[in-house]
Write a protein that binds this ligand. Sequence first.
Ligand SMILES: NC(=O)C1=CN([C@@H]2O[C@H](COP(=O)(O)OP(=O)(O)OC[C@H]3O[C@@H](n4cnc5c(N)ncnc54)[C@H](O)[C@@H]3O)[C@@H](O)[C@H]2O)C=CC1
Ligand SMILES: O=C(CO)COP(=O)(O)O
Length: 330
Amino acid sequence: MEILILGAGSWGTAMAIHLNDLGHKITLWTRDIEQRNYILKTRYNKKYLDVLIPYNIVITTDIKEAVKNNSIIIFAVPSDVVRNVAVDLKGIIDKKTIIVNLAKGIETTSLKRMSEVINEILDNTIVVLSGPSHAEEVCRHIPTACVLSSKNINACEYIQDIFMNENFRLYINKDIIGVELGGALKNIIALGAGISDGLGFGDNTKAALMTRGLAEISRLGVALGADPLTFLGLSGMGDLIVTCTSMYSRNRRAGIKIGQGKSLKEALKEIGMVVEGVKTTESAYKLSQIHNITMPITKEMYSILFEGKNPHDAVYNLMTRSKKHEMEYI
Ligand SMILES: NC(=O)C1=CN([C@@H]2O[C@H](COP(=O)(O)OP(=O)(O)OC[C@H]3O[C@@H](n4cnc5c(N)ncnc54)[C@H](O)[C@@H]3O)[C@@H](O)[C@H]2O)C=CC1
Ligand SMILES: O=C(CO)COP(=O)(O)O
């Protein structure tokens, strides 16, 4: 199978290595000529992933040429450039090509999920792949389980056959709304978990953030049409656990820096890779207002990230909310 991966960041590179191991013919596209030249010379993608890139993976900057002959195209770019990349493919992508989207986010302008953004531009079948899957572990063949979703379940089964091996297990979930929202919204909570760590709080605090975070993710998700059970699955709780606890998480690491007193700008610069939770906080905050959903953690995260609120004040606000019943929907 010939597979094109768009985006040579950490996840695109790890997926290229994984699919190459499975015997597929992989082309990895980057828009950055210097990065391409560096990888071609050293077979390392130094800034993103500290692992050797096998010689048979083709590295290119020529998207028009790369699109030819590939029956699967993987989007592995940050969510805020997914629209631009889809536009780049318009008119050159074969209608039968299946798109697999790896980006986790909600567009800040349209408030659409990634599959909706891509489908606005391209008629192709879209499968989303989500779940707890840090690139740093997938590229080292560490056992990982994720979930696929699509409006077209046959396409999920097709991708399941092509992408799975004994180290990379894929389930199918028909609830594409829930799968995409879980993968995007957990990044807000992971940033918050990082802030909690950076402030010096403990495991109790993080467990509270994760659990109450999942409650507000589910509330918004259900309002947007998701099945609440999806949020207990790999793309919900699974990804929430890994992102809030792993030192590989870009979101958590950015949060730690903010909790330690760095500005958002400084934290993002130091991470040097995409921190999706920042933009997703903006989108989720807007969605919560439009749909009148109580999302206290998201609201405080929005104030910390975009209004300069001191994280200690945000924690105080969360801890002194009016008394609630746990399963109360507010
Ligand atoms: N890194 C990981 O372990 C995982 C990442 N993801 C998701 O995958 C997506 C990509 O994440 P990463 O690979 O971590 O990001 P990254 O920051 O490591 O790499 C992003 C890549 O996209 C490229 N890029 C940026 N702007 C572009 C544009 N306008 N046109 C074309 N390419 C552009 C960058 O040059 C870079 O190569 C994100 O939505 C992330 O949430 C999902 C699961 C795991
Ligand atoms: O989604 C991810 C792991 O499943 C990646 O999370 P980070 O972007 O926080 O590293």
